[in-house]
Design a protein around this ligand. Structure first.
Ligand SMILES: [Zn+2]
Length: 544
């Protein structure tokens, strides 16, 4: 985001509230570099004791207050929520105000520009959300988080928005029977007394805080192998040991290899596939991915396999390259959905790819009927409403599929690689992506993206054909019949089978008006004409 907008946001913050959906109070003058969370968990109660040491880089000289997200303990939450006991700034106790789920820390004297300072927050409470403390499907006690999209603040003081990425440490003290999994590399695992064990994980790659992960339970852990010197691990409930080890044995390594070759290097330090009660499908938490406990069946289910591919794709898209705002959530979900299809095409064949696209297209039509106003890219805020719909995933994937067909597979791949290389471990906007794709294709792609991303319309085509025997021509009439009145500008393809001629005739026309007529030389009356035979247009086509 540019500087003008920051000033605008500050001055007209009230106005912004109604103008822009993403009203998160960003502060570009501070940058969180690193979070170290020391957490104490027990079996006696669901209260957690926390100490967050946060390293902050100040970018200006005038900052005297730092705002963080942290959910308050309130009676409305039945006494759940967090209570702050003390805050220090560079080892000096400072004043703070914790109200309406925000923690305002007074620095005393303004911070020095370009200096990194440390803020330490000591707090405790029973999480109302964000960290699920409760039984697994087997009734065993466990602690698993679910931060997406803005629930880290329920148990961790954070800048709880994707725009600020940071490295992290989780130093967890928990009853000895549990194992602890988190982001990055294991630094220490020590029994500190008869009852408690300390486990320390550290991630040296910055991510947005929805990607922080913590799983504490009795676990069976398997080293599955290595990729590029990084370990691949399976973490499942001991009761699902055999089933889970079997289910996660593949295709993780193959998927890591494919995206590394196609996109660029894997950003993280290991990859653990972890069974959890905290999500139903999957959650792409960086380097330790969560999978809903019911997905583990011991049958190497296609559903679980596809979730594994999707969540690993996120390690590149969403995790390493992250949308700056939820407006652009498709850069995460649309990409992970498309790159799942791309892996399937590569590993299981073209048919599976096309089947996936057809399924996605049907979902798009079904969802669009339910919500005809949903645009992929629009003003969105996790504080005010949902940041994605199924359309973000399925239509988003289709946009990338159509883009690849439009600019060519080689250009698409080059563009993806350039985009990844430029923005790895950073934040992006849709415009940043378009710019990279325009560079490789040397085309103005703005109209293409605008019609598919910034508008809710679905292209509907009513088309028919006739044969002019005298002129030896096939005539195809195309009508854009979407009720919104918006007219798409897009190529549409037909495949004409003539009687007695083996090789069908390929036709490609551009439509940019409500109705259009196309003629093509054709020596025989066609026996069959197919519209969109290659499945490359996201359109509801009625062709007869
Ligand atoms: Zn996803």
């Amino acid at each position: 985001m540019n500087v003008q907008k920051i000033i605008f946001t500050t001055i007209f913050s009230f106005f912004i509230h109604t103008c822009f959906a993403d009203n998160y109070p960003r502060n570009y003058s501070i940058d969180i570099i690193h979070y170290a969370f020391e957490l104490k968990l027990s079996d006696e109660s669901d209260q957690i004791s926390g100490k967050a040491s946060i390293r902050v880089l100040f970018k200006t000289n005038d900052i005297s207050q730092v705002r963080l997200d942290l959910i308050n303990k309130t009676t409305e939450r039945a006494g759940k929520g967090m209570q702050v006991e003390s805050v220090t700034y560079n080892n000096v106790k400072v004043d703070f105000k914790h109200e309406q789920d925000a923690l305002f820390i007074q620095l005393g004297s303004p911070a020095e520009k370009d200096k990194i300072s440390t803020i330490v927050i000591v707090y405790k409470g029973v999480p109302a959300d964000g960290l699920r403390i409760g039984p697994t499907k087997y009734g065993d006690r466990s602690f698993f988080n679910e931060n997406w999209p803005n629930r880290a603040r329920h148990w961790l003081p954070t800048v709880d928005h994707p725009y600020d990425k940071a490295t992290s440490e989780f130093i967890v003290t928990a009853p000895v029977k549990y194992k602890v999994v988190s982001n990055g590399l294991l630094q220490e695992e020590s029994q500190i007394n008869k009852d408690f064990k300390l486990t320390h994980w550290k991630q040296s790659v910055p991510v947005s805080c929805w990607l922080f992960v913590l799983g504490v339970a009795e676990f069976a852990v398997q080293q599955v192998g290595e990729f590029d010197g990084k370990s691949i691990e399976t973490w499942v409930y001991p009761k699902d040991r055999e089933a889970g080890f079997y289910d996660f044995a593949s295709p993780t390594k193959q998927v890591l290899q494919f995206y590394t070759d196609y996109v660029g290097p894997y950003a993280y330090e290991k990859l653990a596939n972890v069974q959890t009660p905290s999500v139903n499908g999957g959650m792409e938490t960086s380097s330790a991915i969560f999978y809903g406990e019911a997905l583990v069946t011991g049958k190497y289910d296609t559903r679980l396999r596809n979730v594994v591919i999707h969540e690993i794709a996120h390690q590149w898209f969403g995790n390493a390259v992250t949308e700056s705002t939820w407006d652009d959530a498709w850069l995460s979900e649309g990409f992970a959905t498309f790159f799942t299809l791309l892996f399937q095409e590569n590993a299981y064949g073209y048919e599976e790819y096309i089947e996936g696209l057809k399924k996605a297209r049907k979902t798009v039509f079904d969802l669009q009927k339910k919500d005809s106003t949903f645009s992929i890219v629009a003003n969105r805020s996790a504080e005010t409403g949902p940041v994605t719909s199924g359309l973000t995933y399925q239509k988003g994937a289709w946009v990338l599929h159509m883009l690849r067909e439009r600019i060519g597979h080689d250009n698409f791949r080059k563009g993806i690689q350039a985009y990844y290389q430029k923005y790895m471990n950073a934040n992006v906007s849709t415009d940043d992506f378009i710019e990279e794709m325009e560079k490789v294709s040397k085309e103005n792609l703005k109209p293409f993206f605008n019609q598919w991303l910034n508008r809710p319309d679905i292209l509907k085509i009513n088309a028919g054909w006739e044969y002019d025997a005298k002129a030896r021509q096939v005539i195809i009439n195309v009508n854009q019949s979407q009720s919104s009145g918006f007219i798409f500008d897009t190529p549409v393809e037909f495949l004409v089978y003539e009687d007695g001629i083996k090789k069908p005739l390929r036709l490609k026309f551009n439509i940019d008006k409500k109705t259009a007529q196309f003629k093509a030389a054709c020596s025989q009356k066609p026996v069959l004409i197919l519209a969109d035979p290659r499945t490359v247009l996201l359109a509801d086509i009625d062709f007869r």
